[in-house]
Design a protein around this ligand. Structure first.
Ligand SMILES: C[S@@+](CC[C@H](N)C(=O)[O-])C[C@H]1O[C@@H](n2cnc3c(N)ncnc32)[C@H](O)[C@@H]1O
Length: 255
């Protein structure tokens, strides 16, 4: 290892600059090298002289190794993630790479700047859907089997959690979200509120409120966070405006 290399793992938030923390912005500003998924780097106002290392979205572990290698060479590196870097994202990839990589990497100065995760941004748009117990499940299938996913969805439904679905669909696996809805429809009431929150905070944001029985899973793409209510989640009307989504803080009060 050479010099005083360092590595920040920084969360960009789900889109707009005002949803990025000052700490993450400072971590990126001080970096000599910024590593990340190409479209995320395109969103950043990088200054002249900062080296940009863009990669595709399925190569997190290679990106993590590159960031560690650059830091070990003495560079000041920021590796960026959308949302929070600890939620289905780069912080885990970097620590996995650290665990199996050059032992010298373990001595590197590594810090993690948290970010606003998509489910929290979506919840703020929708009202208070996460007011009581909830869980987050990724539908990505390159990192776990359908059997594992089905077991977790079933347990979340049976536990009556509000469910936030990340990575609901992609061109490579357009059917998984349909399978997930089929499973949930067998275990939950058709009237359960459902929200498709797409590109929250971005110019092409789109929110669709519906219920489990009527929901079209085809509305979900890779920029969508899908929220499925618990048995106590409900809509709160507010005149002509879109209703709020509410999961009350106490459970079972109405029973
Ligand atoms: C690989 S995961 C990364 C999650 C990220 N680390 C976070 O904390 O939000 C990508 C998924 O996050 C969700 N997502 C990210 N940004 C979003 C946004 N602006 N609006 C809705 N969902 C978003 C989508 O489900 C997308 O498929």
């Amino acid at each position: 290892m050479t010099g005083d290399g360092s590595l920040w793992i920084a969360g960009l938030g789900p889109g707009p600059a005002h949803w990025m923390t000052p700490e993450a912005a400072a971590a990126i500003a001080q970096a000599s090298d910024v590593v990340g998924y190409g479209p995320y780097l395109d969103r950043l106002p990088l200054r002249a002289g900062q080296r940009r290392h863009a990669s595709g979205n399925r190569v997190e572990i290679d990106r993590a190794r590159l960031a560690l290698r650059l830091a070990a060479e003495g560079r000041r590196v920021a590796v960026v993630s959308g949302g929070d870097p600890g939620v289905f994202a780069m912080a885990a990839a970097v620590l996995e790479a650290l665990e199996e990589g050059d032992p010298a990497w373990r001595a590197l100065a590594i810090e993690i700047a948290p970010g606003l995760s998509a489910m929290l941004a979506a919840a703020a748009r929708l009202g208070a859907p996460l007011g009581h117990d909830f869980c987050a499940i990724s539908l990505s299938d390159n990192l776990k089997s359908w059997e594992t996913l089905a077991r977790r969805l079933s347990a979340a439904a049976d536990g009556d959690f509000v469910i936030a679905l990340y990575n609901p669909a992609s061109k490579a696996r357009p059917k998984r979200i349909f399978q997930a809805f089929d499973l949930l429809r067998r275990r939950k009431d058709a009237a359960t509120p459902v929200a498709f929150a797409r590109a929250v905070g971005r110019a092409d944001e789109r929110i669709v409120l519906t219920n489990l029985g009527e929901a079209d899973p085809g509305l979900a793409d890779m920029s969508t966070l899908v929220l499925i209510g618990s048995s106590e989640t409900r809509f709160v009307a507010r005149g002509a405006a879109r209703p709020w989504l509410l999961t009350p803080r106490s459970y079972g009060a109405a029973r």
